[in-house]
Ligand binder design. Sequence first.
Ligand SMILES: C[S@@+](CC[C@H](N)C(=O)[O-])C[C@H]1O[C@@H](n2cnc3c(N)ncnc32)[C@H](O)[C@@H]1O
Length: 472
Amino acid sequence: MSSDLKLVTLEEAARVVGKTPHNIRDYIQRKRIGKYNEDGEPIARARNGELRVSLKELRIFLSLVEEGNEKHHWAGLHPELGFHGLPEYQRTKHVHRLHPYLGKFIPQLVEWFLSRHFKADDVILDPFMGSGTTLVQGNEMKMHTIGIDISPFNCLIARIKTAKYDVAKARAEILEVEKRVTQFSKFLIKADEANLSLFPEDRMEQLTQGLLEECNSEYLRAWFAPRALLEMLYYRRLIPHYHYQDLLRVVLSRAVRSSRLVPHYDLATPKEPLPVGKEYWCRKHNRYCVPIDNCITKIHAYSEDTARRLAEFDKLRSDQSVTVIQGDSREVNLKAELANTPIANRQISGIFTSPPYVGQIDYHEQHIYAYELFGFPRQDQLEIGPKKKGKSKQAQREYIEGIAAVFRSVLPLLQPDAKVFVVANDRFKLYPEIAQLGGLKVVEEFHRAVTKRTEQGDDPYQETIFMMMKDK
Ligand SMILES: C[S@@+](CC[C@H](N)C(=O)[O-])C[C@H]1O[C@@H](n2cnc3c(N)ncnc32)[C@H](O)[C@@H]1O
């Protein structure tokens, strides 16, 4: 158990965080932190001497206070929605970790709401699908799911997470490509065990030259060491020979993302590439590091891992329909898109979604390496609320109109009592107006502390889950 996850008595907690036991008791009474027994089980009433608190929950709560985020004092954070202490491997279980994605919500949040408000065979829509978290969880709960996203790469991630595989064949393909690129890599570095019958020495020049000619991206040439670049180009060249091509693209893309010439601690938002071999102080590893110069290490790291995750989800998934639509949610003709699916003519039972937050993230740009490598068409200009447009009044206005237009566009397909859940960090208080313009009304709000949104660092902040319904 790490020191953070440790359960301690009130006296010990008070000593560690520099408060009094009375303070700690007060936090418990106001439901800011949970009550546990010595075995870590949540309890309603503690027997004599049994009461424990979690140091991690306590620290998160205090850091929210310290940030000046006073709202939680009176707004009340929902005690179950913090998912405090949920280990990393559960937040990123099975296919949820097939590719990193800035701005993902955790699957447990989706499960919590879907299990309370919907049932098997319902039709759930996520008009800001992102990497497909709602689709994966809805499918696991035997619901039909539909996702729409403007970014082709996000749609690719969502498709490969929710696709049905011949798991053994998918695994065999992933591992075969890994093996072939390994041979190529050994040949590149002239390793002793390189198999020269596969890559005769006199063909080396021709092969590497040919690969480089297939790369017309300035970005790729700048952000990768020469060896990494050749390895990824070789992998890319092999993909068309296999059945599960999109899956292989995602394995490669994940490896490529981690093979950029960037500091180890800055994979999510790197500013510029480091020179090959440049030493830097690494905040992640607490020592001097050099940027990675190859791609094969990461191909090894993610090949078996991907196959394992697919097999894990395959055991949990249902056969309900999953529909991924690439497009602008303001304009997609949902009825036409669903015409040839098993849910044609069905009404939508509800929405569970997390729209972009105004001025926070450029969703295409975060995966620029994949766009450059595979040449997917970019539609940045159709993103609602991108970071590059900022958070000005004007940007907020456009955001309000954009998100409301999405709700208006899907409204006719929602059943009359449909529930619409919208997860948002609404610090500018835009959602009451968005609901109104979108033909919805807010019927309930849940507040939760977000302590670790995958890939978004550890700074805690608060978000709201708005429950809306059609405004009749
Ligand atoms: C916060 S993310 C959703 C993350 C998702 N809940 C997950 O767990 O992966 C918001 C998504 O909205 C998408 N988006 C932005 N503008 C859009 C538009 N006009 N139409 C459809 N999707 C859009 C972005 O590409 C991004 O993937």
